[in-house]
Design a protein around this ligand. Structure first.
Ligand code: DI6
Ligand code: FE
Length: 403
């Protein structure tokens, strides 16, 4: 039985009910789960009696460990040359249609061995962890064949064990059309639904299924087929929706009871209302918005009016968001999307947990929840969104293990 306790901390519980900051508090855990938290004046009521190494936070801020609920961090190569092309005037869509973009990363990832892929991805995950991340979602989608998609997901699982972090994997076979299926997108979707996805599911490599529903991705009809296949295998879905145009993707995601609809800059109010009814989380990705120099803002007003939970993530990927700092995303969610610092913090804690279907165990500090905790060189939660480019993490505790 392992026990632990933090004392003299300023605790932001990040609960849905909006429990206030505990000014001078303690938080204790046992066997990886939080047992108690409260003001120091009530520490005598802590059921944990030790022995444990107590951490004196000296007034520092304590929050749930952060959750990055949308990444493509397992891949090989980079696309710095495309960045230059875009600066010379080419658009993201033009580059994709000319055979660059996602497919360029597919070529690099296919030719990387499992060891090479692990070595290329490890520093990206390590950087996220240095920002206080204790759970990360990792998608496939740079293989587009069974062997490489499976390799990406296996690497994701290996990284979880190696770096002491919770990893949720997502199968994104319907990310782009691989060259061997050129001109035959429906045949590729047949292949994904009939062969790749079932094999991935049998191996237990995916916790969810995603697709890229877009003019340069797959149609709503093709997306439906992927979602139906996922449903038949009992896997939850999420969707890259309405990033560059409104194809009704967010509404389609809601229709399938998706965990989340991601990007959604172009989503209509009707789609947002459907998300609210379905309990589908809006995952906003300010890094991609910034890096592609988008101008269409996600529908914050509608999301707030309809009370759709909003999460924030890095979208860490080589084409549209080569970013490994979740704290930077908090800052951008505020500066670019006009979210409040407290909305942004909820977006990388409890709402990010909801977007991964783990809201019952992750993303808030309360008795019974997993002891995933971040201790910061900061006093107030707003400081996490306010500063950018620095390092504020003091310590990360993952399932009760101080790292
Ligand atoms: N949308 C994204 O943000 C990433 N995938 C997607 O469907 C970008 C992927 C890439 O450009 O490599
Ligand atoms: Fe993405």
């Amino acid at each position: 039985m392992t026990q632990g306790r933090i004392i003299h901390a300023r605790i932001a519980p990040c609960t849905p009910s909006g429990a206030p900051l505990i000014e001078r508090g303690f938080l204790s855990w046992r066997d990886g789960r939080i047992t108690a938290l409260g003001p120091m004046s009530e520490i005598a009521q802590d059921p944990n009696r030790g022995p444990f190494a107590e951490i004196d936070a000296g007034g520092a801020l304590v929050t749930p460990g952060l959750i990055d609920c949308h990444t493509h961090l397992v891949h090989a190569g980079n696309r710095a040359r495309e960045f230059e092309q875009r600066l010379e005037g080419a658009s993201y869509e033009q580059i994709a249609r000319a055979g660059g973009g996602i497919v360029a990363t597919v070529a690099a990832t296919r030719s990387a061995s499992e060891t090479e892929l692990l070595a290329a991805s490890r520093p990206r995950l390590a950087a996220l962890l240095a920002d206080g991340v204790t759970t990360v979602e990792i998608k496939s989608g740079y293989g587009l064949d069974l062997a490489t998609e499976a390799r990406q997901l296996r690497v994701a699982r290996r990284l979880a064990a190696e770096l002491n972090v919770g990893v949720r994997t997502t199968f994104l076979g319907a990310h782009a059309l691989p060259p061997e299926f050129a001109g035959r997108p429906d045949d590729y979707i047949d292949f994904v639904c009939a062969q790749v996805l079932p094999a991935i599911a049998i191996e237990g490599l995916a916790d969810a299924v995603d697709a890229f529903c877009e003019g340069i991705g797959f149609t709503p009809q093709q997306t439906r087929r992927v979602f139906a296949a996922a449903r038949a295998l009992g896997l939850p879905v999420k969707l890259h929706a309405d990033q560059l145009s409104d194809l009704g993707g967010a509404g389609l995601a809601a229709e399938f009871g998706a965990l989340s609809a991601d990007h959604i800059e172009y989503a209509s109010e009707a789609s947002v209302a459907a998300m609210a009814r379905a309990g589908t989380v809006a995952v906003l990705l300010p890094g991609a918005f910034y890096f592609l120099r988008e101008t269409r803002l996600p529908p914050l007003g509608a999301l707030r009016r309809h009370r759709v939970p909003i999460a924030i993530a890095t979208d860490c990927n080589p084409g549209s968001s080569p970013c490994t700092s979740l704290l930077l995303m908090l800052n951008m969610a505020c500066t670019l999307f006009r979210m409040t610092p407290s909305e942004a913090l909820a977006g990388v804690t409890r709402n990010a947990a909801l977007a991964l279907g783990i809201g019952a165990t992750h993303g808030t500090l309360a008795p019974g929840m997993q002891a995933d905790i971040a201790i910061w060189d900061a006093e107030s939660p707003a400081e996490l969104s306010y500063a950018f480019g620095g390092r504020r993490l003091r310590q990360r505790i993952s399932a009760g293990r101080p790292i």
